[in-house]
Design a protein around this ligand. Structure first.
Ligand SMILES: Cc1ncc(COP(=O)(O)O)c(C=O)c1O
Length: 413
């Protein structure tokens, strides 16, 4: 990668941060680094320093940065046609829907622009299904520690009170149940329950795979009451765990699937996939979005699916266990790591303390990871990561944990 004139870059970077501090609504706490380009699993900052990206923009850049297939698809499409609205046909939405429906087994797709919107769509379509059936059901069951996004509907099925409390009242008729005790779910679901929403692996909740007893309870509750199951695969889906969709690996059978993040690999795309019976309940005008599924978005998603099919999914299946084994070795060497959780390239190191300092020191070591659920260091690397790059990430993580473990007086700046 090219190096930059570091003093010029520093000035630019200081200015970037000052402008944001003055004019951008302060809803995010950013790390003090300004990224200017990326290639594969590497990001380059304005001062020329390079970082190994083990987070992919929170599970998004699955092809790595500047992947030729994505660059080429977007470059070609942007010069032809970017947007026409959903008032008209264009050549790419149908083929994308065909590919996603074939892969998932759910026959119809609706396109939107983010994971949050995909969850919104799922909630609306679930309620519409029961309304159309003539037996309106409104109750929604979601799980403790679950995260669905931050619009009013998605926030209503997001568990963390910190996100919810200032914005009430939220959508009514949502009940949270334990993600460990199946009886809690079984006693909550009744014949007024429209749907149960669950992430096959909770991402923001601390990289927590749904335990088998909860999977069995979801299947049992849906079977006995007719409640629909919504699989929120925004973070766990589209190859992240080595499976196209993680619900299948667990033995779940959704009526609705929410997708986002990986689908556009950096271009904003979301999708809802629905079963035939849900699809039959939806009429023109029930839902919509101006941008959803535009030519550019669909080309990005098709490039992702092509790349996954051309060997990338196989690659994730091969390197996921290598990453996991390396993390387990790190856990054995560092008593502060109490557990390694996840599947494939979605992994969390659970610590006996706040993960914040680990993330900050990792950045100083040129390693990008993030903190979730307070004590979890989350890793969501690009799918294209090589074995050598995994080894380098593990080496850096090991060094970071060693620094964090050092007695306070010896800690490096
Ligand atoms: C499981 C899950 N659902 C929904 C969302 C919301 O997606 P987005 O923030 O991309 O709109 C997220 C985001 O982290 C997520 O992890």
């Amino acid at each position: 990668m090219a190096t930059t004139n570091s003093s010029a870059a520093d000035v630019r970077s200081t200015r970037v941060q000052a402008l944001e501090a003055a004019h951008v609504l302060q809803t995010y706490t950013r790390q003090p680094v300004v990224f200017v380009r990326g290639e594969g699993v590497w990001l380059e900052a304005a001062d020329g320093s390079r970082y190994l990206d083990m987070l992919s923009g929170i599970g998004v850049n699955v092809l790595g940065h500047a992947h030729p297939a994505l660059v080429e698809a977007l470059r070609e499409q942007v010069g032809q046609l970017t947007h026409t609205s959903n008032l008209f046909f264009h050549p790419f939405q149908g083929p994308l829907a065909e590919r996603l429906t074939r892969a998932s087994g759910l026959p119809r797709a609706f396109f939107c622009n983010s994971g949050t919107e995909a969850v919104e769509g799922c909630l609306k379509f679930a309620r519409r299904f029961w309304y159309t059936a003539g037996t309106p059901r409104t109750r929604l069951i979601a799980f403790e520690r679950g995260f669905s996004g931050r619009t009013m509907g998605a926030l209503s099925t997001t568990w963390d009170e910190h996100y919810r409390t200032p914005f009430g009242p939220l959508v009514p008729d949502v009940q949270f149940v334990s993600n460990e005790d199946p009886d809690d779910l079984l006693s909550a679901v009744d014949h007024d329950t429209a749907a149960i929403l669950a992430e096959p692996i909770q991402g923001e909740g601390g990289v927590r795979p749904l335990p088998p007893q909860i999977v069995a309870a979801i299947n049992q509750a849906c079977g006995s009451t007719g409640a629909l199951y919504i699989a929120d695969e925004v973070q766990s889906g589209l190859g992240r765990t080595g499976h196209m969709f993680h619900f299948g690996a667990l033995g779940l059978c959704p009526d609705l699937i929410a997708l986002g993040k990986a689908l556009g690999a950096g271009f904003p795309v979301g999708a809802v996939l629905v079963s035939a019976r849900v699809a039959a309940s939806i009429s023109a005008g029930d839902h919509g979005t101006t941008y959803g599924g535009n030519p550019l978005a669909c080309r990005a998603a098709l490039a992702v699916l092509d790349t996954l099919e051309q060997g990338l999914l196989e690659h994730v299946r091969r390197v996921g266990p290598i990453l996991e084994a390396g993390l387990r070795a790190i856990a054995r060497a560092h008593p502060m790591v109490t557990e390694v959780r996840g599947a494939g390239l979605m992994q969390g190191l659970v610590l006996d303390r706040d993960a914040g300092p680990v993330v900050a020191i990792a950045l100083e070591h040129g390693l990008i990871v993030n903190r979730t659920a307070e004590r979890v260091v989350r890793l969501l690397p690009p799918y294209v990561i090589s074995e050598t790059e995994i080894a380098e990430a593990l080496r850096r993580l090991d060094a970071v944990l060693t620094v964090v473990e050092e007695p306070e007086p010896c800690r490096k700046a």
